[in-house]
Design a protein around this ligand. Sequence first.
Ligand SMILES: Cc1ncc(COP(=O)(O)O)c(C=O)c1O
Ligand SMILES: N[C@@H](CCCC[NH3+])C(=O)O
Length: 425
Amino acid sequence: MQTNAQHHLEIGGVDTLDLAQTYGTPLYVYDVALIRQRIQAFKKVFEDRGLDYHISYASKAFSVLAMYRLLKEAGIGADVVSGGEIYTAQQAGFEMSQTSFNGNNKSRAELVQAVEAGVGHIILDNFHEIDLLEEVLTAADTKMKVLLRLAPGISAHTHEYDMTGQIDSKFGFDIQSGQAEAALTKVLAAKHLVYQGIHAHIGSQIFETVGFEKAADALIKMAVLFKTKFDVTTEVINVGGGFGVRYSTADTPLAPQTYVEDIVDEISRQVKANDLTMPAIWIEPGRSIVAEAGTTLYTIGSRKDIPDVRSYLAVDGGMGDNIRPALYQAKYEAALCNDPEAQPTQTVSIAGKYCESGDMLIWNQPLPQTKPGDVLATFVTGAYGYAMANNYNRNPRPAVVFVENGQSQLVVQRESFADLIHLDK
Ligand SMILES: Cc1ncc(COP(=O)(O)O)c(C=O)c1O
Ligand SMILES: N[C@@H](CCCC[NH3+])C(=O)O
């Protein structure tokens, strides 16, 4: 947390009170330098080891034109999961060969769109999709590089809704029951699918490396099986994303690059032990690239003090701009922008303005005295915040600004009431 000479909270060299004044609240503010640093730290792990690699930022964490432009500048790829993300990346002028396309129910229309857009790789998730993509490619008379998403049977230590690699999951080909082998057989028989490798994503907001290492081992085992049984070389091992970040003092993640160092070292060991050629290693970090770079600014409004029970302090946003506390009991921390380091004198619970009792942003936040009109910042809201924002109660979605070197830039305009009825008939 940075403060300026007036003791105000500052982000990227810009006073947050000025940002709130200029752009209004609620407001998502991104520290662009921090995003660049995160990307560089991931790159460095691979480059220090001289490895063939690909970083595919999981766009779902935060997908807007400005973000794809930033990725392009930083020289990394992007993973997309919908026609909307493909469209946004294209409109941003993103190099589409540097995208991969994930998802458990890609529609025919989305596959056509992906092929026409020149998406680099499609990560096949199920048997239906193998048939569908082969049909689309036959009609277009073109080929597509594919990875197979596997469910390695690993339960990551995270919120139940954030687990994706366990056997009982809607994602990917199950390894244990032989689906993975059956999928490879089908891909090899399809004329327009070019097998490149395998993928696993075990979940999100994970704090330990052991789950990733187990997933890497499972993928290497499959690469060995594919080699011995099918004489097929696996050129890409994609270990997904899911590297945890620190939302509150209770969280104890590793440095983002530490996860990758461990995974890469494990893969290198296993490749050597199994006498394989070293594949390209791909990662798909989303949260760990953007979460900590994001801060949301709110204006404080009403207050309700229930003697001996609780004090509710309400802000002008809530579950419409940050649904994570309601959906995953996610914990956040907040500070007052006019003096974030002032001694707390009270404990309050930060409520949103939506008509739901569950619309709470933070329970039991220590704060100094506040008054209506004060600006409150909640930290680490850069991932799955704006991305999951909604118009519940017909509230317009907030604006997004990028700040860097003392300059701010509006990258997403605040929705207007007119925008809200734009599509109504
Ligand atoms: C396939 C896939 N890759 C990457 C990610 C990104 O995860 P995270 O934002 O936790 O890094 C996700 C989301 O969990 C995902 O489903
Ligand atoms: N939306 C989730 C993570 C995304 C999971 C995607 N597979 C969160 O905010 O934690």
